[in-house]
Ligand binder design. Structure first.
Ligand SMILES: C[S@@+](CC[C@H](N)C(=O)[O-])C[C@H]1O[C@@H](n2cnc3c(N)ncnc32)[C@H](O)[C@@H]1O
Length: 232
């Protein structure tokens, strides 16, 4: 039985991989890269290209639809878990690669549950990665929290009411998945006087990275999926 690794590859910069992640990626037999749209490249896979050998290692691109519809997601998770388990049982080590950290809003969390329930003998090792939040704060040179301060991370899809309540309660609010509600979030930040204390970060760690601190520029921008807001 070979080991299944969940490897956090960080936000997109190959230099932000840990040495352990690099060692595991160079050694495994199979690499499974998630994509939400088959016509788009896997960000995780592009991040690790330089560490892998496509002649010796099998690369599998697996599609996980970008939806909250469990009827579409569960079969994709089940199929991926079965594929991973089959390789491990046949003695081939597998790395499931994930952007940022594998236990932080990652598809791997669902696979981990299925693997533990249905293939309890498959050994699993998790290699943490630098999350987009830490990488974004570093690029903006923005302290996330200090002393007794408290921080909350909210997928913006939770809704404007949840975000509004958080702005009242925490010294730092980090919003992920901001794209779908971007205009409503901008309105909320204006009406709560957060214009001067908001930082927008998109595609951190990549050549398309954008760090915006000017609120008018943030408001005029049309964000892509890989973007977040840090509000102090
Ligand atoms: C499903 S979560 C994945 C989080 C990831 N596991 C991590 O540790 O950063 C996806 C959200 O993370 C944020 N994100 C991930 N990578 C990013 C990047 N390179 N730049 C900016 N935000 C990013 C975006 O808010 C995106 O909508």
């Amino acid at each position: 039985m070979a080991t299944v690794y969940a490897v956090g590859v960080g936000p997109g910069d190959p230099e932000l991989l840990t040495r352990k992640a690099e060692r595991v990626l160079r050694s495994v037999d199979v690499i499974l890269a998630p994509v939400s749209n088959p016509s788009e490249a896997s960000v995780a896979l592009s991040t690790i290209r330089e560490f892998i050998n496509e002649e010796r290692q099998e690369i599998i691109i697996h599609q996980f639809p970008m939806t909250s519809d469990k009827a579409r997601l569960i079969p994709a998770w089940q199929e991926a878990a079965a594929l991973i388990a089959a390789h491990a049982e046949a003695g081939r080590s597998v790395a499931f690669i994930t952007i940022g950290d594998p236990l932080f809003y990652s598809t791997f969390i669902y696979l981990l549950r299925l693997l533990r329930e249905q293939w309890p003998l498959v050994p699993i090792e998790i290699i943490p990665g630098i999350s987009s939040i830490n990488a974004a704060a570093a690029q903006a040179a923005l302290p996330l929290v200090e002393g007794d301060e408290k921080m909350v991370v909210i997928p913006a899809t939770a809704g404007i009411e949840v975000i509004n309540a958080a702005l009242d309660t925490y010294e730092t609010v980090v919003l992920l998945k901001v794209k779908p509600l971007f205009s409503a979030i901008i309105e909320l930040l204006r009406s709560t006087g957060k214009e001067q204390s908001t930082v927008f970060v998109e595609r951190v760690g990549s050549s398309r990275q954008k760090v915006l601190t000017d609120f008018n520029e943030i408001a005029a921008h049309s964000p892509d999926y890989l973007s977040l807001l840090i509000i102090k």
